[in-house]
Design a protein around this ligand. Structure first.
Ligand code: APR
Ligand code: PHB
Length: 389
């Protein structure tokens, strides 16, 4: 087979890149290891920056998002009973949209089907060849047969555990990592959300987060030690612990119920540089991972896709390679700022085992400052709604 852009990975990054490229008349083939059901079965975050919403709308994915997404003018930080409203819209003129990543991915698959693009599910042993040559190709196995896909460029949208990043020789890439000594135990429940906006809670017992998917479906998280088995936590234990981490008046309003999904996610900050290796370009989780405290994972993947799609269309349509030559630096510029914000939110809102009382006081003082300084809240708001592309 031959195509213009071979896309490894059919998650949100790969699908959105395929959508935007095909809209511009660029041919693509998406190679995805898992089934579509499996990809759509992943429960992930759902806070969209205004830049992400604008990019999805421009790609023809605004209908259901505008109908079913919730526009939030703010969010809350709490510290014990101290509640700090972060008035995103008032402070910056923009808010965020709560719309599950699973729904974004579902809309992308439907839009791709409507366009009749090529998405191959169930591929194995993907190998990217000749990335530094002028005629790269991708080899893969499908139903026991080995296939070859010739292309002009390869987009590595295959997440943290994919093959694309590992195709770049170790001595040609630099990895930066911070693994946090805790994870998030998350619960999805068919209960009304306790707060009309996302609430991030610091407490002496650890972090807590109250979020939602819609008026009847809520998403909650609590900080737990690394390696925690989600099945070791009964629903009652979860609700009990969450309540102890929220302001009393919020905890009193919490509607509990059976969990429909319960899982533990590790927290890490990770960046691999550069994002380009010849005609191979890394996108999204293949190149960077943020802890979910800043709600930046999907939003960073979308800005990568925005930059790369523009560059590839330019290179393939007009032979202008300025964009692809600048893609890595341009994307990394925004990635590192979001990396810093996600790290600062994580450090400000979690308990670190073995930390000194002084460090704990630094966290409280930071939150206290936020509660009194509009400038500090404005800085946080600017980062939370998404820095310009
Ligand atoms: N060959 C083909 N497909 C692969 C391979 C491989 N070797 N390895 C992984 N994949 C597929 C996975 O099955 C997955 O569907 O690549 C896809 C990568 O998707 P994601 O991990 O969702 O990464 P990305 O599309 O960049 O989305 C980033 O996902 O994890 C969240 O917080 C993150 O919101 C961010 C978003
Ligand atoms: C979620 O709704 O799952 C969610 C919201 C905000 C975050 C992380 C996750 O920062």
């Amino acid at each position: 087979m031959r195509t213009q852009v071979a896309i490894i990975g059919g998650g949100p990054s790969g699908l959105l890149l395929s959508q935007i490229l095909n809209q511009a008349g660029v041919e693509t083939v998406v190679l995805e290891r898992a089934t579509r059901e499996h990809v759509l079965g992943r429960i992930r975050a759902g806070v969209l920056e205004s830049g992400t919403v604008a990019t999805l709308r421009a790609a023809g994915l605004g209908d259901r998002l505008d109908r079913e997404g919730f526009y939030h003018e703010g969010c809350f930080l709490t510290d014990g009973d101290l509640s700090i409203p972060i008035e995103l819209d008032k402070l910056t003129g923009r808010g965020v949209t709560v719309y599950g990543q699973t729904e974004v991915t579902r809309d992308l698959y439907e839009a791709q089907d409507a366009m009749g693009t090529t998405i191959v599910h169930g591929v194995e042993d993907v190998v990217i060849q000749e990335a530094t040559g002028t005629a790269p190709f991708v080899e893969y196995t499908l139903k026991g047969a080995r296939h070859r896909l010739d292309c002009d460029y390869v987009a590595g949208c295959d997440g943290f555990h994919g093959v694309s990043r590992k195709t770049i020789p170790e001595d040609k890439r630099q990895e930066f990592e911070r693994v946090y000594p805790f994870g998030w135990l998350g619960v999805l429940s068919k209960t009304p959300p306790v707060s009309h906006e996302v609430m991030y809670s610091n407490s002496p017992r650890g972090f807590g987060l109250c979020s939602m998917r819609n008026a009847e479906l809520s998403r909650y998280y609590i900080q737990v030690p690394v390696g925690t088995d989600p099945n070791a936590w009964s629903d009652d234990q979860f609700w009990e612990e969450l309540s102890l981490r929220l302001p009393k008046e919020t905890a009193d309003r919490l509607v509990t119920g059976p969990s429909v999904e319960k899982s533990v996610a590790p927290l890490r900050s990770f960046v691999s540089e550069p994002l380009r290796w010849g005609r191979l370009f890394l996108v999204g989780d293949a190149a960077h991972i943020v802890p979910p405290t800043g709600a930046k994972g999907l939003n960073l993947a979308v800005s990568d896709v925005y930059y790369l799609s523009e560059a590839l269309i330019d290179a393939l349509k007009s032979g202008n390679e300025t964009g692809i030559d600048g893609y890595s630096d341009r994307a990394l510029n925004r990635i590192w700022k979001a990396m810093r914000f996600s790290w600062s939110m994580t450090t400000m809102l979690h308990q670190f085992e073995g930390e000194s009382p002084f460090e704990a006081q630094m966290r409280r003082a930071t939150l206290n400052h936020l509660s009194r300084s509009e400038t500090a809240r404005k800085d946080l708001a600017e980062n939370y709604i998404g820095l310009p592309y």
